[in-house]
Design a protein around this ligand. Structure first.
Ligand code: NAP
Length: 331
């Protein structure tokens, strides 16, 4: 079936500026960490991407190692891009990353210039793209000088292989240093990608202040805690779920679903119901209530999850009573 993008796709999505840059991102972006590997049904992957784009999700987040196998998600995305999205290249923001183990030997991991340059070349080939819009260093490398890693990212921009630079999983102190090195090189940091949800709050302890002060955006990941903050696990572990899938590569595992967490999630759900939201919607609204958040990246295993999750944009203001109740339950 050929794809024609919905002509109303820009009617309801909200777009937020990333820090003090010129770039706006959709408040809800889509990530391809899981569900887009070679083991996943291609037509389903395609429908998820189409549904996202039809609803104004213009940003697709990838990394060299997403799959399985590593590289698999970039290959799936490349195929869908060629089939459906190519005419819309100038309407979409594609990001990729390097920083985790990708190939054997001393040059396939961490943050050397050798690894970063080779990895982006491989990613571009897999996706069939001439450039990515955002290229990230995926995690800090304690052994490579930060100056070398940042210079490699700057080089990618100068060579036209990336338009903007991001970092992910860097602490506040490491982020401040990276910002200074990149400013000196003339390629300002666009955005920091950080794990942030009602359950994981480290960005509140300094990172968001550093980013705001320096005019850098923030994009959250795993704001649904990989599905824990949805109604999925309230009464057990469904066969079709990430926790049951044993996908590895950091995917949610059954033992994370303790009775303690599930009891707290059930109470969280009661607040969502009082607000007239699904639990997923409330968990996402909670992240987006902070104007310093440029966007958040949702994962989805089916198109209905995308359409459910984006409804979070209908209400992301909370009363003090709601916020206090959430703190008491979850923090
Ligand atoms: N920079 C980094 O280090 C890093 C790390 C992790 C992730 N990320 C990025 O962030 C993206 C999202 O991460 P994530 O997959 O952990 O995100 P998430 O949004 O917390 O979890 C996604 C999962 O939640 C479930 N779900 C989603 N919407 C739902 C809904 N409306 N109702 C019920 N269940 C729903 C689905 O689980 P089922 O599959 O069980 O249906 C889905 O696969 C990744 O794809 C990646 O781009 C970055």
């Amino acid at each position: 079936m050929s794809y024609t993008a919905d002509t109303n796709r820009y009617d309801s999505m909200q777009y937020r500026r990333s820090g003090r840059s010129g770039l706006k991102l959709p408040a809800v972006s889509l990530g391809l960490w899981h569900n887009f590997g070679a083991i996943d049904d291609y037509e389903k992957c395609r429908t998820i991407i189409q549904t996202a784009f039809d609803n104004g999700i213009t940003h697709f987040d990838l990394a060299n190692n997403y799959g399985p196998p590593p590289g698999g998600a970039e290959e799936t995305f490349g195929k869908i891009f060629k089939q459906d999205l190519k005419p819309h290249r100038d309407e979409i923001i594609v990001s990729s990353k390097a920083g985790y183990g990708m190939w054997q030997g001393p040059y396939g991991d961490w943050g050397s210039k050798k690894y970063i340059v080779a990895s982006l070349d491989q990613s571009l080939k897999r996706m069939g793209l001439e450039y990515v819009d955002i290229f990230y260093h995926h995690r800090p490398d304690p052994e490579t000088p930060l100056e070398e890693t940042m210079a490699a990212l700057d080089l990618m921009v100068r060579q036209g292989k990336a338009l903007y630079i991001g970092i992910s999983n860097y602490s506040s102190t490491e982020t401040q240093k990276a910002i200074e090195v990149l400013n000196a090189l003339g390629t300002p940091l666009l955005i920091h990608q950080a794990k942030y949800s009602v359950l994981v709050r480290w960005v509140e302890e300094g990172l968001l202040d550093v980013l705001e002060k320096n005019g850098v955006g923030c994009i959250a990941f795993s704001s649904l805690a990989q599905g824990v903050l949805t109604n999925k696990y309230l009464t057990g572990i469904p066969a079709e779920s990430r926790a049951a899938s044993e996908r590895g590569n950091g995917a949610l595992e059954k033992n994370a679903l303790t009775e303690d967490i599930l009891n707290r999630v059930r109470k969280f759900n009661e607040i969502a119901q009082q607000r007239g939201q699904s639990m997923a919607q409330m968990a996402l609204s909670w992240v987006l209530k902070d104007p310093r958040m440029t966007s958040l990246i949702i994962g989805a295993s089916r198109p209905e999850q995308v359409t459910d999750s984006i409804q979070c944009l209908k209400n992301y203001s909370f009363t003090n009573d709601e916020l206090e109740a959430i703190e008491t339950i979850l923090k």
